[in-house]
Design a protein around this ligand. Structure first.
Ligand code: BT5
Length: 266
């Protein structure tokens, strides 16, 4: 018999009641996008650490208006409201610390070789297991709030994805060969994000950066960076404190990239 894997917001809240992240958890059956819902709640004044989740997204999104495929009942669609003291140009630091938290918690709880592909992808064996989408409301010199959206494929069968994604995407179920109970991953995940947010606030970006470098799938490799404006090839040499990718060229010159999509050249 197949037992449905149901998430309950009070179960999540009681496991996280002494934590900054997850003290308030909204769990919806269906929303257009948890990021949109989180922004609405942030506008209403909901606190830092409020978590918005859904079993289904009718309009899950990625960067640049791309679609995040969001089948019901099997994955994680999570958005978290944070209010870091930051200038907008440094908001990528939040993506970095969340990527580090997600990758390291999934490694530990599932023993899978999870890596980070700059700037916002969570990979297992070169396939995309999840993605992070940061959105914010800011003034010139300060961020009012950040919404950090996290999509992770958990018990999804890859066969339900559109053809083009079946070769590039994966899920925890596909990697492990069996389903998992989502609550067993969700609680460590939210605790892990809280942990790395505390580390960042206390010790700054350097501990995050060091761990990010350990978990990176592209550093030291030849890569192709595609942006809406251009495509460049070079070596991924490093990442700076603000999350910009340092790309080196054969003539010894460098370029800093703050957005785009990276593929490794084999
Ligand atoms: C991302 O964008 O990877 C960020 C995804 C963030 C999703 C979460 S879910 C909770 C919250 N609410 C939202 O509405 N969004 C966030 P990007 O790097 O632009 O990658 C998007 C690309 O990933 C698509 O164009 C597809 O190629 C691929 N893709 C779409 N759905 C996928 C899936 N379920 N698994 C793996 N790859 C997928």
């Amino acid at each position: 018999m197949h037992v449905p894997d149901i998430l309950l917001s009070n179960e999540i809240e009681s496991a996280l009641k002494s934590e900054l992240i997850g003290k308030y958890v909204f769990l919806f059956d269906e929303v257009d996008s948890t990021n949109t819902k989180a922004r609405e709640l942030a506008e209403k004044g909901y606190d830092e650490g409020t978590v918005i989740m859904a079993e289904n997204q009718s309009k899950g999104r990625g960067r640049l208006g791309r679609v995040w495929v969001s089948p019901p009942g099997v994955n994680f669609y999570i958005s978290i409201i944070l209010k870091p003291e930051l200038v907008p140009a440094k908001a990528t630091r939040i993506t970095m610390l969340v990527a580090v938290a997600v990758a390291s918690v999934l490694r530990k709880t599932l023993s899978l070789p999870v890596t980070i592909r700059w700037p916002n992808d969570i990979l297992v064996r070169d396939r995309k297991l999840g993605g992070i989408l940061i959105e914010m409301d800011s003034e010139m010199d300060r961020v009012n709030y950040v919404v950090i959206g996290i999509g992770i494929n958990v018990n999804m069968d890859i066969s339900i994805l559109p053809d083009g994604l079946q070769k590039t995407a994966t899920s925890i179920k596909r990697e492990l060969g069996h389903e998992v109970k989502r609550i067993d991953i969700l609680i460590p995940l939210l605790k892990g994000i809280g942990y790395w947010y505390r580390v960042y606030k206390k010790d700054g970006i350097h501990p995050v950066l060091n761990e990010w470098i350990n978990l990176s799938s592209i550093l030291g490799k030849r890569i192709r960076l595609s942006t809406p404006k251009k495509v460049i090839e070079g070596k991924a040499e490093g990442i700076d404190e603000d999350g910009r990718l340092i790309i080196g060229f054969p003539d010894g010159s460098f370029e800093l990239a703050s957005s785009g999509d990276v593929t490794v050249i084999k």
